[in-house]
Ligand binder design. Structure first.
Ligand SMILES: *[C@@H]1O[C@H](CO)[C@@H](O)[C@H](O)[C@H]1NC(C)=O
Length: 428
Protein backbone atom coordinates (compact mmCIF):
# COMPACT_ATOMS: atom_id res chain seq x y z
CA UNK A 1 0.00 0.00 0.00
CA UNK A 2 2.81 2.33 0.89
CA UNK A 3 4.48 1.62 -2.42
CA UNK A 4 1.26 2.55 -4.28
CA UNK A 5 1.10 5.79 -2.36
CA UNK A 6 4.65 6.62 -3.28
CA UNK A 7 3.97 5.97 -6.98
CA UNK A 8 0.88 8.17 -6.99
CA UNK A 9 2.80 10.99 -5.39
CA UNK A 10 5.50 10.62 -7.97
CA UNK A 11 3.13 10.75 -10.96
CA UNK A 12 1.28 13.71 -9.41
CA UNK A 13 4.59 15.47 -9.05
CA UNK A 14 5.45 14.49 -12.62
CA UNK A 15 2.28 16.03 -14.09
CA UNK A 16 2.79 19.22 -12.06
CA UNK A 17 6.27 19.46 -13.45
CA UNK A 18 5.01 19.13 -17.03
CA UNK A 19 2.43 21.89 -16.48
CA UNK A 20 5.04 24.13 -14.88
CA UNK A 21 7.47 23.57 -17.74
CA UNK A 22 4.79 24.41 -20.37
CA UNK A 23 3.87 27.63 -18.54
CA UNK A 24 7.52 28.52 -18.27
CA UNK A 25 8.15 27.93 -21.97
CA UNK A 26 5.08 29.96 -22.99
CA UNK A 27 6.06 32.86 -20.75
CA UNK A 28 9.55 32.66 -22.13
CA UNK A 29 8.16 33.01 -25.66
CA UNK A 30 6.04 36.04 -24.72
CA UNK A 31 8.96 37.72 -23.02
CA UNK A 32 11.35 36.84 -25.82
CA UNK A 33 8.91 38.45 -28.27
CA UNK A 34 8.50 41.63 -26.22
CA UNK A 35 12.12 41.86 -25.07
CA UNK A 36 14.29 40.34 -27.78
CA UNK A 37 17.43 41.72 -26.08
CA UNK A 38 16.52 40.60 -22.54
CA UNK A 39 14.65 42.27 -19.69
CA UNK A 40 17.53 44.09 -18.04
CA UNK A 41 19.49 45.05 -21.11
CA UNK A 42 19.86 48.87 -21.35
CA UNK A 43 19.57 48.61 -25.12
CA UNK A 44 16.26 46.89 -24.61
CA UNK A 45 14.79 49.83 -22.75
CA UNK A 46 15.73 52.05 -25.71
CA UNK A 47 13.86 49.56 -27.84
CA UNK A 48 10.86 49.90 -25.49
CA UNK A 49 10.86 53.63 -25.86
CA UNK A 50 10.86 53.24 -29.58
CA UNK A 51 7.81 51.03 -29.39
CA UNK A 52 6.25 53.63 -27.17
CA UNK A 53 6.98 56.25 -29.79
CA UNK A 54 5.43 54.14 -32.50
CA UNK A 55 2.39 53.74 -30.33
CA UNK A 56 2.29 57.48 -29.82
CA UNK A 57 2.29 58.01 -33.58
CA UNK A 58 -0.36 55.40 -34.25
CA UNK A 59 -2.53 55.79 -31.14
CA UNK A 60 -5.38 58.27 -30.99
CA UNK A 61 -4.21 59.99 -27.78
CA UNK A 62 -0.68 60.17 -26.34
CA UNK A 63 -2.06 60.09 -22.81
CA UNK A 64 -3.96 56.88 -23.33
CA UNK A 65 -1.10 55.06 -24.98
CA UNK A 66 1.43 55.93 -22.27
CA UNK A 67 -1.08 54.65 -19.69
CA UNK A 68 -1.33 51.45 -21.66
CA UNK A 69 2.40 51.08 -22.00
CA UNK A 70 2.77 51.58 -18.24
CA UNK A 71 0.17 48.92 -17.60
CA UNK A 72 1.81 46.62 -20.09
CA UNK A 73 5.19 47.16 -18.48
CA UNK A 74 3.94 46.43 -14.98
CA UNK A 75 2.15 43.38 -16.28
CA UNK A 76 5.35 42.19 -17.88
CA UNK A 77 7.29 42.78 -14.68
CA UNK A 78 4.80 40.80 -12.65
CA UNK A 79 4.72 38.08 -15.29
CA UNK A 80 8.48 37.78 -15.32
CA UNK A 81 8.45 37.58 -11.53
CA UNK A 82 5.92 34.79 -11.77
CA UNK A 83 8.08 33.18 -14.40
CA UNK A 84 11.16 33.05 -12.22
CA UNK A 85 9.09 31.79 -9.32
CA UNK A 86 7.73 28.99 -11.49
CA UNK A 87 11.23 28.17 -12.68
CA UNK A 88 12.29 27.86 -9.06
CA UNK A 89 9.34 25.59 -8.35
CA UNK A 90 10.25 23.42 -11.33
CA UNK A 91 13.81 23.18 -10.03
CA UNK A 92 12.58 22.21 -6.56
CA UNK A 93 10.20 19.61 -7.92
CA UNK A 94 12.86 18.12 -10.17
CA UNK A 95 15.21 17.83 -7.22
CA UNK A 96 12.55 16.19 -5.12
CA UNK A 97 11.74 13.78 -7.91
CA UNK A 98 15.41 12.83 -8.21
CA UNK A 99 15.67 12.28 -4.47
CA UNK A 100 12.53 10.17 -4.51
CA UNK A 101 13.98 8.04 -7.32
CA UNK A 102 17.24 7.58 -5.39
CA UNK A 103 15.47 6.61 -2.20
CA UNK A 104 12.95 4.35 -3.86
CA UNK A 105 15.11 1.24 -4.24
CA UNK A 106 16.43 1.38 -0.70
CA UNK A 107 13.06 2.18 0.80
CA UNK A 108 11.38 -0.62 -1.11
CA UNK A 109 13.99 -3.12 0.03
CA UNK A 110 13.51 -2.04 3.63
CA UNK A 111 9.76 -2.25 3.22
CA UNK A 112 10.11 -5.85 2.07
CA UNK A 113 12.31 -6.69 5.04
CA UNK A 114 10.37 -4.93 7.75
CA UNK A 115 6.85 -5.66 6.53
CA UNK A 116 4.11 -3.51 7.93
CA UNK A 117 4.57 0.22 8.32
CA UNK A 118 3.64 1.90 11.56
CA UNK A 119 2.73 5.36 12.71
CA UNK A 120 5.08 6.80 15.30
CA UNK A 121 3.60 6.71 18.80
CA UNK A 122 3.42 9.69 21.19
CA UNK A 123 6.50 11.43 22.58
CA UNK A 124 8.72 9.18 24.65
CA UNK A 125 7.04 5.95 23.59
CA UNK A 126 8.93 5.10 20.40
CA UNK A 127 11.71 2.52 20.33
CA UNK A 128 13.72 1.52 17.29
CA UNK A 129 14.18 -2.09 16.35
CA UNK A 130 17.17 -3.45 18.25
CA UNK A 131 16.62 -7.17 18.47
CA UNK A 132 16.83 -8.51 14.96
CA UNK A 133 14.98 -11.69 14.04
CA UNK A 134 17.04 -14.88 13.90
CA UNK A 135 17.71 -16.65 10.62
CA UNK A 136 15.89 -19.83 9.63
CA UNK A 137 18.21 -22.70 10.66
CA UNK A 138 19.79 -24.56 7.76
CA UNK A 139 21.07 -27.97 8.83
CA UNK A 140 22.37 -28.76 5.33
CA UNK A 141 25.26 -26.37 5.98
CA UNK A 142 26.90 -28.91 8.27
CA UNK A 143 24.73 -31.92 9.28
CA UNK A 144 27.44 -33.43 11.51
CA UNK A 145 27.84 -30.21 13.51
CA UNK A 146 24.06 -29.83 13.64
CA UNK A 147 23.82 -33.22 15.40
CA UNK A 148 26.50 -32.28 17.93
CA UNK A 149 24.87 -28.95 18.69
CA UNK A 150 21.50 -30.56 19.21
CA UNK A 151 23.06 -32.51 22.07
CA UNK A 152 25.30 -29.82 23.54
CA UNK A 153 23.36 -26.55 23.28
CA UNK A 154 20.86 -25.33 25.87
CA UNK A 155 18.07 -23.14 24.51
CA UNK A 156 20.04 -23.02 21.26
CA UNK A 157 22.97 -21.33 23.01
CA UNK A 158 26.48 -22.51 23.80
CA UNK A 159 30.02 -21.45 24.62
CA UNK A 160 32.50 -22.12 21.82
CA UNK A 161 36.30 -22.04 22.04
CA UNK A 162 38.97 -22.84 19.47
CA UNK A 163 42.11 -24.59 20.65
CA UNK A 164 45.24 -26.21 19.32
CA UNK A 165 48.07 -27.88 21.24
CA UNK A 166 49.83 -24.55 21.88
CA UNK A 167 47.17 -23.64 24.45
CA UNK A 168 46.60 -27.07 26.00
CA UNK A 169 47.45 -26.08 29.60
CA UNK A 170 45.25 -22.99 29.52
CA UNK A 171 42.47 -25.04 27.94
CA UNK A 172 42.58 -27.38 30.92
CA UNK A 173 42.23 -24.52 33.43
CA UNK A 174 39.48 -23.12 31.19
CA UNK A 175 37.28 -26.23 31.05
CA UNK A 176 37.95 -27.05 34.69
CA UNK A 177 36.44 -23.69 35.65
CA UNK A 178 33.44 -24.34 33.37
CA UNK A 179 32.86 -27.77 34.91
CA UNK A 180 33.20 -26.35 38.43
CA UNK A 181 30.38 -23.86 37.75
CA UNK A 182 28.31 -26.63 36.16
CA UNK A 183 27.83 -25.11 32.72
CA UNK A 184 26.71 -27.92 30.39
CA UNK A 185 26.54 -26.11 27.06
CA UNK A 186 30.07 -25.60 25.81
CA UNK A 187 32.11 -26.99 22.94
CA UNK A 188 35.79 -27.00 22.05
CA UNK A 189 36.67 -26.79 18.39
CA UNK A 190 39.82 -28.87 18.25
CA UNK A 191 42.26 -27.64 15.65
CA UNK A 192 44.47 -30.73 15.89
CA UNK A 193 44.16 -34.41 16.78
CA UNK A 194 45.99 -34.08 20.06
CA UNK A 195 43.51 -31.56 21.43
CA UNK A 196 40.61 -33.67 20.20
CA UNK A 197 41.97 -36.65 22.15
CA UNK A 198 42.73 -34.50 25.16
CA UNK A 199 39.12 -33.25 25.28
CA UNK A 200 37.65 -36.70 24.79
CA UNK A 201 39.74 -38.13 27.59
CA UNK A 202 38.51 -35.32 29.86
CA UNK A 203 34.82 -35.65 28.94
CA UNK A 204 34.86 -32.27 27.27
CA UNK A 205 32.46 -31.82 24.33
CA UNK A 206 34.67 -31.50 21.28
CA UNK A 207 34.23 -31.04 17.58
CA UNK A 208 36.94 -31.40 14.97
CA UNK A 209 36.25 -30.12 11.51
CA UNK A 210 36.61 -32.26 8.41
CA UNK A 211 40.22 -32.15 7.31
CA UNK A 212 39.23 -31.35 3.71
CA UNK A 213 38.19 -27.80 4.62
CA UNK A 214 41.18 -25.82 3.32
CA UNK A 215 40.95 -23.10 5.94
CA UNK A 216 41.83 -25.61 8.65
CA UNK A 217 45.50 -25.80 7.70
CA UNK A 218 45.80 -22.46 9.49
CA UNK A 219 44.41 -23.94 12.66
CA UNK A 220 46.95 -26.72 13.04
CA UNK A 221 50.11 -24.66 12.80
CA UNK A 222 48.92 -21.07 13.03
CA UNK A 223 49.76 -18.52 15.66
CA UNK A 224 47.20 -16.56 17.64
CA UNK A 225 46.21 -14.13 14.90
CA UNK A 226 45.87 -16.71 12.15
CA UNK A 227 43.57 -18.75 14.37
CA UNK A 228 41.53 -15.61 15.02
CA UNK A 229 40.77 -15.26 11.31
CA UNK A 230 39.70 -18.88 11.13
CA UNK A 231 37.38 -18.44 14.07
CA UNK A 232 35.10 -16.02 12.20
CA UNK A 233 34.77 -18.46 9.30
CA UNK A 234 33.89 -21.37 11.57
CA UNK A 235 31.46 -19.34 13.70
CA UNK A 236 29.37 -18.61 10.63
CA UNK A 237 28.23 -22.24 10.45
CA UNK A 238 27.00 -22.16 14.05
CA UNK A 239 24.87 -19.12 13.29
CA UNK A 240 23.59 -20.61 10.05
CA UNK A 241 22.49 -23.65 12.03
CA UNK A 242 20.47 -21.25 14.18
CA UNK A 243 22.58 -21.18 17.36
CA UNK A 244 23.69 -18.24 19.46
CA UNK A 245 27.36 -18.51 20.30
CA UNK A 246 29.25 -17.19 23.28
CA UNK A 247 32.67 -17.13 21.69
CA UNK A 248 35.39 -17.60 24.28
CA UNK A 249 39.15 -17.44 24.28
CA UNK A 250 40.80 -20.03 26.52
CA UNK A 251 42.57 -17.51 28.79
CA UNK A 252 39.29 -17.09 30.67
CA UNK A 253 38.12 -18.31 34.08
CA UNK A 254 34.39 -18.93 34.55
CA UNK A 255 33.04 -18.09 38.02
CA UNK A 256 29.29 -18.04 37.25
CA UNK A 257 27.11 -19.25 34.41
CA UNK A 258 27.27 -16.43 31.83
CA UNK A 259 23.94 -17.40 30.28
CA UNK A 260 22.24 -16.06 33.43
CA UNK A 261 23.79 -12.66 32.77
CA UNK A 262 23.05 -11.90 29.11
CA UNK A 263 20.53 -9.40 27.75
CA UNK A 264 20.04 -11.08 24.34
CA UNK A 265 18.68 -7.87 22.84
CA UNK A 266 21.50 -7.18 20.38
CA UNK A 267 23.29 -8.86 17.52
CA UNK A 268 26.58 -8.63 19.38
CA UNK A 269 26.96 -8.41 23.16
CA UNK A 270 30.62 -8.12 23.98
CA UNK A 271 33.02 -7.72 26.86
CA UNK A 272 35.06 -4.55 26.72
CA UNK A 273 38.74 -3.72 26.97
CA UNK A 274 37.63 -0.62 28.90
CA UNK A 275 38.42 -0.24 32.60
CA UNK A 276 35.86 2.26 33.92
CA UNK A 277 32.46 3.73 33.05
CA UNK A 278 33.87 6.14 30.51
CA UNK A 279 36.22 3.87 28.61
CA UNK A 280 33.87 0.91 28.68
CA UNK A 281 30.62 2.65 27.78
CA UNK A 282 31.71 5.67 25.75
CA UNK A 283 32.48 9.32 26.39
CA UNK A 284 32.96 12.71 24.80
CA UNK A 285 36.69 13.21 24.37
CA UNK A 286 37.50 16.88 23.69
CA UNK A 287 40.38 17.47 21.33
CA UNK A 288 42.06 20.87 21.77
CA UNK A 289 43.51 22.80 18.85
CA UNK A 290 44.41 26.27 20.24
CA UNK A 291 45.24 27.70 16.79
CA UNK A 292 41.53 27.53 15.98
CA UNK A 293 40.77 30.16 18.66
CA UNK A 294 37.05 30.36 19.29
CA UNK A 295 36.59 26.85 17.84
CA UNK A 296 39.62 25.29 19.51
CA UNK A 297 37.66 22.44 21.10
CA UNK A 298 36.64 19.59 18.83
CA UNK A 299 34.38 17.01 20.42
CA UNK A 300 35.06 13.39 19.60
CA UNK A 301 33.39 10.15 20.62
CA UNK A 302 35.50 7.44 22.11
CA UNK A 303 35.02 3.96 23.42
CA UNK A 304 37.57 1.29 24.32
CA UNK A 305 37.40 -1.59 21.85
CA UNK A 306 35.20 -4.63 22.25
CA UNK A 307 37.14 -7.74 23.11
CA UNK A 308 36.90 -10.12 20.18
CA UNK A 309 37.93 -12.96 22.51
CA UNK A 310 34.66 -12.97 24.43
CA UNK A 311 31.37 -11.98 22.84
CA UNK A 312 27.85 -13.32 22.51
CA UNK A 313 26.57 -13.31 18.94
CA UNK A 314 22.98 -14.06 17.94
CA UNK A 315 22.13 -15.86 14.69
CA UNK A 316 20.90 -12.85 12.70
CA UNK A 317 21.68 -11.44 9.27
CA UNK A 318 23.71 -8.49 10.65
CA UNK A 319 25.73 -10.93 12.80
CA UNK A 320 26.54 -13.16 9.84
CA UNK A 321 27.37 -10.12 7.73
CA UNK A 322 29.77 -9.01 10.47
CA UNK A 323 31.53 -12.38 10.51
CA UNK A 324 31.81 -12.37 6.73
CA UNK A 325 33.17 -8.85 6.59
CA UNK A 326 35.77 -9.54 9.28
CA UNK A 327 36.84 -12.87 7.74
CA UNK A 328 37.06 -11.29 4.30
CA UNK A 329 39.25 -8.44 5.51
CA UNK A 330 41.49 -10.72 7.55
CA UNK A 331 42.00 -12.90 4.48
CA UNK A 332 42.89 -9.92 2.28
CA UNK A 333 44.99 -7.92 4.76
CA UNK A 334 47.38 -10.46 6.21
CA UNK A 335 48.98 -8.10 8.75
CA UNK A 336 45.70 -6.81 10.22
CA UNK A 337 44.69 -7.53 13.78
CA UNK A 338 41.37 -9.33 14.08
CA UNK A 339 40.22 -7.33 17.10
CA UNK A 340 40.82 -4.01 15.31
CA UNK A 341 38.98 -5.24 12.22
CA UNK A 342 36.12 -6.59 14.34
CA UNK A 343 35.67 -3.19 15.98
CA UNK A 344 36.02 -1.15 12.81
CA UNK A 345 33.38 -3.22 11.06
CA UNK A 346 31.06 -2.89 14.07
CA UNK A 347 31.42 0.84 14.62
CA UNK A 348 32.49 2.81 11.52
CA UNK A 349 29.46 4.50 9.95
CA UNK A 350 28.53 4.51 6.29
CA UNK A 351 30.31 7.19 4.31
CA UNK A 352 31.07 7.90 0.66
CA UNK A 353 32.29 4.70 -0.93
CA UNK A 354 31.53 2.58 2.16
CA UNK A 355 28.41 0.94 3.54
CA UNK A 356 28.74 0.48 7.27
CA UNK A 357 27.31 -2.52 9.07
CA UNK A 358 23.96 -2.04 10.80
CA UNK A 359 24.33 -4.31 13.79
CA UNK A 360 22.94 -3.78 17.26
CA UNK A 361 25.59 -3.94 19.96
CA UNK A 362 25.75 -3.99 23.73
CA UNK A 363 28.72 -3.61 26.04
CA UNK A 364 28.82 -6.12 28.88
CA UNK A 365 29.19 -4.95 32.49
CA UNK A 366 32.94 -4.56 32.91
CA UNK A 367 32.86 -5.72 36.53
CA UNK A 368 30.88 -8.87 35.73
CA UNK A 369 32.79 -9.71 32.57
CA UNK A 370 36.10 -8.55 33.91
CA UNK A 371 39.34 -8.06 32.02
CA UNK A 372 42.65 -8.51 33.81
CA UNK A 373 43.42 -4.79 33.80
CA UNK A 374 40.30 -4.08 35.84
CA UNK A 375 41.18 -6.90 38.20
CA UNK A 376 44.83 -6.09 38.78
CA UNK A 377 44.71 -2.29 38.54
CA UNK A 378 41.47 -1.58 40.39
CA UNK A 379 39.47 -4.40 41.90
CA UNK A 380 42.11 -6.20 43.95
CA UNK A 381 43.09 -2.90 45.66
CA UNK A 382 39.55 -1.83 46.56
CA UNK A 383 38.00 -3.37 49.68
CA UNK A 384 34.45 -3.15 48.28
CA UNK A 385 35.19 -4.23 44.71
CA UNK A 386 37.24 -7.12 46.04
CA UNK A 387 34.04 -8.70 47.30
CA UNK A 388 32.49 -8.78 43.83
CA UNK A 389 31.99 -12.13 42.21
CA UNK A 390 32.47 -11.66 38.48
CA UNK A 391 30.91 -13.97 35.91
CA UNK A 392 34.23 -14.41 34.14
CA UNK A 393 37.76 -13.07 34.35
CA UNK A 394 39.65 -12.76 31.08
CA UNK A 395 43.44 -12.60 31.39
CA UNK A 396 43.71 -10.58 28.20
CA UNK A 397 45.98 -7.78 29.41
CA UNK A 398 48.83 -9.95 30.65
CA UNK A 399 51.29 -12.28 28.89
CA UNK A 400 51.87 -14.61 31.87
CA UNK A 401 48.37 -15.95 31.35
CA UNK A 402 48.57 -19.42 32.84
CA UNK A 403 50.02 -18.25 36.17
CA UNK A 404 47.52 -15.45 36.51
CA UNK A 405 44.63 -17.75 35.57
CA UNK A 406 45.60 -20.07 38.39
CA UNK A 407 45.90 -17.12 40.76
CA UNK A 408 42.41 -15.97 39.78
CA UNK A 409 41.06 -19.42 40.68
CA UNK A 410 42.89 -19.31 44.02
CA UNK A 411 41.51 -15.86 44.78
CA UNK A 412 37.87 -16.23 43.73
CA UNK A 413 37.26 -19.97 44.14
CA UNK A 414 39.51 -20.97 47.01
CA UNK A 415 39.23 -17.63 48.80
CA UNK A 416 42.97 -17.14 49.10
CA UNK A 417 42.97 -13.39 49.76
CA UNK A 418 46.62 -12.81 48.88
CA UNK A 419 46.68 -14.96 45.72
CA UNK A 420 46.81 -11.93 43.43
CA UNK A 421 49.41 -10.02 45.40
CA UNK A 422 52.62 -11.30 43.75
CA UNK A 423 51.59 -9.88 40.37
CA UNK A 424 52.29 -6.35 39.15
CA UNK A 425 49.48 -4.21 37.64
CA UNK A 426 50.92 -4.56 34.19
CA UNK A 427 53.45 -6.88 32.66
CA UNK A 428 57.09 -6.67 33.75
C1 LIG B 1 29.38 3.96 36.82
O1 LIG B 1 28.08 3.71 36.35
C2 LIG B 1 27.24 3.04 37.26
C3 LIG B 1 25.97 2.66 36.56
O2 LIG B 1 25.58 3.62 35.66
C4 LIG B 1 27.02 3.93 38.47
O3 LIG B 1 26.18 3.29 39.39
C5 LIG B 1 28.34 4.23 39.08
O4 LIG B 1 28.19 5.14 40.16
C6 LIG B 1 29.31 4.81 38.06
N1 LIG B 1 30.62 4.91 38.66
C7 LIG B 1 31.34 6.03 38.65
C8 LIG B 1 32.68 5.95 39.30
O5 LIG B 1 30.95 7.02 38.12
Amino acid sequence: MAVGRRDKTASFRGSRIVVAIVIGVLLGCVIAFLFPYGLFNPAASVQNRRIGKTNFQIGSSSCESSERSKMLKSEIVSLSEKNSELKKQVRDLTERLQLAEQGKDQAQKQFLVLGEQHKAGPFGTVKALRTNPTVVPDDSVNPRLAKILEKVAVRKELIVALANSNVKEMLEVWFSSIKRVGIPNYLVIALDDHIEEFCKSNDVPVYKRDPDAGIDAVGRSGGNHAVSGLKFRILREFLQLGYSVLLSDVDIIYLQNPFNHLYRDSDVESMTDGHNNMTAYGYNDVFDEPAMGWARYAHTMRIWVYNSGFFFIRPTIPSIELLDRVADRLAKQSNSWDQAVFNEELFFPSHPGYDGLHAAKRTMDFYMFMNSKVLFKTVRKDAKLKKLKPVIVHVNYHPDKLRRMKAVVEFFVNGKQDALDPYPDGSE
